[in-house]
Design a protein around this ligand. Structure first.
Ligand code: COA
Length: 343
């Protein structure tokens, strides 16, 4: 038995904001952002677009691919996606920027709009490691029940709505987007998700958090709120944690899987900061071309960054069936982990 990825999709909002556009509003510069992070642009959702809207589009693209449609015609795409949605047994949506807090889950909204009538649906909260956690959760759910055959895993974020756009230490780093993958339980041997590592270090929970709006610091009646619920971050702490998390996860995936890094076709890291990725890469003595980087275009899209990257690689033919792929992610919680996959 194997749990294989049989379709991928992505969606980003059309509005593309450059570093120079941010520099016109706050005290920053294209030079600083590029040299400290590798980010050039980010895509930002408009007022009427919420997390489920991007998740839905990414999911439709992934589902249509499983039904053999990868073209640009929206009607054809929707027809193929609706057909494939009926085959889905479980939907897991990873996000830190859900449509609503608590209930309903964003996954349920996507399930309804897809018409995935027989699917269970739930959200997953593991910040930027959410898609990696989601793949393993879905793989487990498919494995334990003979009734479940296919799952849809989505990473979707409209994190721009949870950013303090006056805080240059955080606002330059993030962008909106969604990515999705369809998993199928097959009879193949030595294929699909071979191994997943999931870790947490909750002692770092204050390094990256959205403080207000939950039950710890709820909004109070009569209170005047002059900022949105926004991300607070200790950049240096997260930076040091992230370099260590990438280093140890890749090393452990390789050792546990008894594989040589030379045999890995592509490592797909969470796209938080090109400097973080390069620092870990140098410690591991792995050549730059093994790491896929698209942070220049999208900035940090949290749980969406890895599935967006996988879809770009898949659709462009840069990864092919049979290739050995590693994902590695880290983020708030703190959480980290990775997957080893034969594509
Ligand atoms: N533009 C210009 N200057 C900025 C800036 C910006 N957008 N953001 C911070 N600065 C300034 C700081 O105010 C500071 O100025 P000072 O020396 O006068 O006080 C200076 O740049 C250096 O700040 P510092 O925080 O030490 O920079 P850094 O080299 O650590 O880079 C981050 C900052 C945020 C890019 C880096 O810490 C980082 O990437 N951390 C991890 C963040 C992350 O990936 N989070 C998500 C994880 S999923």
């Amino acid at each position: 038995m194997a749990i294989e990825i049989i379709g991928t999709g992505r969606a980003v909002p059309p509005k593309r904001v450059s570093n120079d556009e941010l520099a016109a509003k706050i005290d920053t510069s294209d030079e600083w952002i590029r040299s400290h992070t590798g980010i050039g642009y980010r895509h930002i959702a408009d007022e009427s677009t919420a997390c489920s809207d991007l998740g839905l589009e990414a999911a439709k693209n992934a589902l249509a691919m499983t039904a053999g449609y990868c073209g640009d015609d929206p009607e054809e795409r929707n027809r193929a996606a609706s057909e494939a949605a009926l085959t889905i047994d479980m939907i897991i949506l990873a996000t830190v920027s859900p449509d609503f807090y608590g209930v309903p889950s964003t996954a349920c909204i996507v399930q309804d709009k897809l018409g995935a009538k027989k699917a269970g649906a739930m959200d997953l909260s593991a910040a930027c490691t959410g898609f990696i956690y989601g793949l393993e959760t879905a793989a487990g759910l498919l494995t334990v029940s003979s009734r479940r055959k296919r799952a849809l895993v989505i990473g979707a974020e409209t994190i721009s709505k949870m950013i303090n756009w006056e805080d240059r230490g955080t606002c330059v780093l993030f962008g909106d987007g969604a990515g999705a993958a369809v998993l199928e339980k097959t009879g193949a041997e030595n294929r699909g998700i071979l191994q997943t590592l999931l870790f947490a270090d909750g002692s770092g929970n204050e390094s990256l958090l959205m403080r207000r709006g939950g039950t710890r610091y709820p909004f109070k009646k009569g209170e005047v709120i002059d900022t949105s619920i926004c991300v607070e971050m200790n950049g240096q702490e997260v930076y040091n944690f992230a370099v260590g998390a990438i280093f140890s996860t890749i090393k452990m995936l390789a050792e546990n899987g008894n594989i040589n890094i030379d045999d890995v076709a592509m490592i797909v890291p969470h796209q938080a900061n090109a400097r973080i990725i390069n620092a870990a890469r140098r410690r591991l003595h792995i050549p730059a071309e093994k790491f896929y980087l698209n942070i220049e275009e999208y900035a940090n899209t949290s749980s969406a960054s890895i599935p967006i990257a996988l879809d770009e690689l898949n659709r462009s033919g840069q990864i092919k069936k049979g290739d050995l792929i590693m994902t590695v992610g880290f983020g708030g919680g703190l959480t980290y982990g990775g997957n080893l996959i034969i594509w």
